[in-house]
Each structure stands twice: as structure tokens, then as C-alpha cells.
Write a protein that binds this ligand. Structure first.
Ligand code: BG6
Length: 472
């Protein structure tokens, strides 16, 4: 391979999550999920105890992908996608989460969607749980703090692996599992507030997730040995603010608290540094018999991650969380989007190398993208050169990472069609190559329109990335 190429079988495409796109929140037997009680975003908004019919919940209609997926898949195919990542809404299959029998209508929907993708030569990739645990499991069981969820999740996996094993090759267990620290409600359906027992609760819920992850890998090997089950983390880049050794070491320690999750799921054991964390925070995990063996024996096949930005860390500072990754302080060398997300393409190369050096397992970029406000120009079109610039720079650096020796299976752009923002619940923050006529309050036709970036990405894919390196 010459230095400026992507591998021949590199997968190009896009990624969404069911709760941010499908809508039809109570159609076809679907039960409510934790996303369905959130207003203003599942990350920073209000999570009601139950749905108030007088209030507006963005996920209830989203962009109506549930009914319009054929039209959307056609446009993904026109762009030349070979990969499309979505999640299976758990509460479409098990409306409350703890039933013994699945909801056939929900299963049929994903059969139809996957068939439509395959007909268009697009490989479906599935996130099994993407911030959308059935609400009942949160309210009645306390979410992933309760070990019972392991059984419910395993049943869900067994059903969908059996049903879709011939249609879906790539699977991921929990979206951005390392966000258990920052956003435990979204990640673990657990309402864990700040307090002296926070870490104990976060790590116990994480342990339950690790056991569930290992069961998913085990079931995957049994039911569909040809397919792969990976893990998925939020891994935007994290730098020390200065070369002061305290900044350097504390940034390293902070990063390790994220890599802790991939360490367990890829290496099969709790990393050595976790012993000290647990001791100092008085954490005692309830580890049931056989669980550590299970985790050791069933590790993930690949590491998928989201990458949006980088941030810098100064010793002792509090780090706040949004989607996109942990946020410390501004890096003076980088520009930001209007949402304050630092644009750092080289950070993607850095992270790929960091992760491949650590694990030597295939990597998958399953989220990267530019979310901002789009204006319709007087000619009726959207000229989103800023999005093209962002993706171009990131893909060029991704190619560099591949040349560095990182094994990268594919690139799924986040939000190839405008969807509801997970962070803020807005439609106004748009990532799409395809525009959706819908505003924050749910007004609009929901009609789709191609932006300039649509044609640009299509050209990149059709040349397997070569167009990125052509002189303008
Ligand atoms: C990731 C999530 O953290 O960031 C997605 O997995 C989310 O669900 C994406 O949409 C972008 O964040 P936001 O807040 O801009 O939607």
C-alpha cells in the first residue's frame, strides 16, 4: 500500500442511534426508554420520572426514521456507504426489558431495515445499547446498579443475535461505556448523584456492564461465530496543559480512568492501577462466582470509539462532561465550532496510535463529525464547507494513522442525516450530509435535502479516499 491510500476493504459510512432518529416511540409495541423521558438532551437535560403528555420530548418523533428509512437508505446508498451503524432500540424488542418473549413487530422492523441496507450493499453495524435502556429497567430495578440487568441484557442479545446473525457482522455492546462516570443515567440507566458513594455505585454498575459484555461476547461466539462483537468508548483526545510533571501525570491518570473500561473488555482483566483506585475510594465490588473467569475468557474482537475533539487538562482542575468527550480547558492552538468543540484532526491520529499501541486489536471509528448550525442559502441550498473541511482533515489524519500501522476497519461518520442531539436534545445542532426540515420544537415537514457535503463525501467514498489528497 502506498502511503496515501486506505485499505481496499475499508468500510465507509455513517452512524446514528435509534432514539435520536427513529421516533415512533410508542409504535409497533415499543415501550418507553430512558431517552423518552429526557427533555433538553439525555446528557444535559431533564430526565423526568415518567412521560408528561403535555411536554415535548425530542425522541418521540425524532426524524421519523422508523417510517422514512427507505428514503434515507437510498440516499446513503447514493453516497456509496458500505457501512451503516445504528442501534436496536431495546424497548422495541423487549418493551419493559424484563419480559421472557420478544415483541415480534419490533424484530420485524429491524429485519426490514437490515434487508433494505443489504439490498443496497450496505453492511449494518449494530450498537446493542445506545443510551436507550427500557425505562422500566431504570425505574423498577435501578438500572445497571442491579445485577438482574445482566440476565435481561443477555436475553436481548440472544434474541437479536439469533434473528440477525446472517445480516449483521459487526456488533457493539454499550455505547461509550466509559461515560458511566460522567453520565450514569444515559450509560447505565442509573440515577447516581454526586455523593460519598458515587464511585462505589459507578464501579459496581460498570462491573455489571462488564459481565453483560462478556456474556454478549460468549453468546456471539456460540450463535454467530463468523461475526464480531466489539466494545465502544468515547475517546476524544486528552492532553496535559503544560509539561509540568503534575499536569502530565494527572492527565495520564485521568485518561486511564477511561481506558480502564477497554482494558477490562479487551484484555479480560481489571488493570493493575484499578487496585489503588478501589482502595483509596473504599470501593468493594460485589463480584459473583465465575464472573472474573467469564470476563477473562470472553474479550471483545475490536475497539470502536467516538472521536470529536481534544481537550487539555491542568492538574487538580475539575473536568466537566458533555457528549464529545471530557472537557478541561481550551487549547490555544485549536479553533472551535460554535458549540465550543475544539477541532483537532491530528488528535484522531494520536488516539488511534495510543489505542493500537495499547491493545493491538482492530479499531473502528464509529463516530466523528461536525455538529453546528446550518443556514439555508438564498439559492435554497446548504453550503456546508465547514463540515467538509472538518471531515477532510480528520480523514487525512486517519489515513496517516493507518500508515503508522494502526489497523482500522472503517469510518462511520456521526449523523450522516440530521438527527436529535444527544447532548442538548436540539435539531439545530446538525451533523448531517442530509438536511432534515425540523426545528427544536418539532416544527417542519421533516423533508430531506442534500447538502454540499453529501456530494463531497460521495466522491471521497467512490475514490476510496483518494479524492482527499487531490489538489484543489
Ligand atoms: C456521542 C453519542 O457521545 O456524541 C451520540 O454517542 C451523540 O449519541 C454524539 O449524538 C454527538 O453529541 P451531540 O450532543 O452533539 O448529539
Amino acid at each position: 500500500m502506498s502511503t496515501k491510500q486506505f485499505p481496499k476493504d475499508f468500510l465507509w459510512g455513517g452512524a446514528i442511534a435509534a432514539n435520536q432518529a427513529e421516533g415512533a416511540w410508542n409504535v409497533g409495541g415499543k415501550g418507553p426508554s430512558i431517552a423518552d423521558v429526557c427533555r433538553g438532551g439525555i446528557i444535559s437535560g431533564v430526565a423526568d420520572k415518567e412521560i408528561d403528555p403535555n411536554l415535548f420530548y425530542p425522541s418521540h418523533d425524532a426524524i421519523d426514521f422508523y417510517h422514512r428509512y427507505k428514503e434515507d437508505v437510498e440516499m446513503f446508498a447514493e453516497m456509496g456507504f458500505s457501512l451503516f451503524r445504528t442501534s436496536i432500540a431495546w424497548s422495541r424488542i423487549f418493551p419493559k426489558g424484563d419480559e421472557l418473549e420478544p415483541n415480534e413487530e419490533g424484530l420485524q422492523f429491524y429485519d426490514n431495515l437490515f434487508d433494505e441496507l443489504l439490498k443496497n450493499n450496505i453492511k449494518p453495524m449494530v450498537t446493542i445499547s445506545h443510551y436507550e435502556t427500557p425505562l422500566h429497567l431504570a425505574t423498577e430495578y435501578g438500572g445497571w446498579e442491579n445485577e438482574k440487568l445482566i440476565e435481561f441484557f443477555s436475553r436481548f442479545c440472544e434474541v437479536i443475535f439469533t434473528r440477525y446473525k446472517d445480516k449483521v457482522k459487526y456488533w457493539m455492546t454499550f455505547n461509550e461505556i466509559n461515560n458511566m462516570h460522567k453520565i450514569p443515567f444515559a450509560t447505565g440507566a442509573a440515577r447516581i448523584e454526586e455523593g460519598p458513594d458515587k464511585l462505589q455505585r459507578v464501579y459496581q454498575a460498570s462491573h455489571n456492564l462488564f459481565v453483560a459484555n462478556a456474556h454478549a461476547v460468549r453468546l456471539g461466539k456460540e450463535i454467530m461465530p463468523e461475526n464480531q462483537v466489539g466494545c465502544m468508548l468515547s475517546l476524544s483526545a486528552f492532553y496535559p496543559n503544560t509539561c509540568h510533571p503534575d499536569d502530565v501525570f494527572e492527565a495520564y491518570e485521568f485518561r486511564r480512568k477511561s481506558l480502564f473500561f477497554s482494558d477490562v473488555m479487551l484484555r479480560g482483566e481489571y488493570p493493575a492501577f484499578s487496585k489503588r483506585i478501589f482502595e483509596e475510594a473504599n470501593i468493594t465490588l460485589d463480584i459473583r462466582s465465575g464472573e472474573l473467569d467469564l470476563i477473562r475468557e470472553h474479550t471483545c474482537a475490536f475497539l470502536a470509539f467516538s472521536y470529536y475533539l481534544s481537550t487539555t487538562y491542568k492538574a487538580g482542575m475539575p473536568v466537566y462532561a458533555t457528549t464529545g468527550g471530557a472537557r478541561g480547558i481550551d487549547n490555544p492552538y485549536l479553533e472551535k465550532s460554535s458549540y465550543g468543540w475544539a477541532i483537532d484532526a491530528k488528535g484522531l491520529r494520536y488516539v488511534c496510535n495510543e489505542l493500537y499501541d495499547r491493545y493491538q486489536k482492530p479499531l473502528f471509528i464509529v463516530e466523528n463529525g461536525f455538529g453546528d448550525v446550518d443556514e439555508i442559502s438564498p439559492d435554497g441550498k446548504i453550503h456546508d464547507q465547514y463540515r467538509i473541511d472538518y471531515v477532510k482533515k480528520h480523514l487525512i489524519e486517519l489515513q496517516e494513522a493507518i500508515t503508522d500501522g494502526c489497523e482500522v476497519l472503517g469510518y462511520a461518520y456521526w449523523g450522516p442525516i440530521d438527527i436529535v442531539s444527544a447532548g442538548s436534545g436540539e435539531m439545530r445542532k446538525r451533523y448531517g450530509f442530509i438536511y432534515v426540515d425540523r426545528d427544536n420544537e418539532g416544527n417542519g415537514t421533516s423533508n430531506r435535502m442534500k447538502k454540499d457535503s453529501f456530494y463531497w463525501y460521495k466522491n471521497v467514498i467512490s475514490t476510496n479516499g483518494a479524492a482527499l489528497f487531490e489538489e484543489e
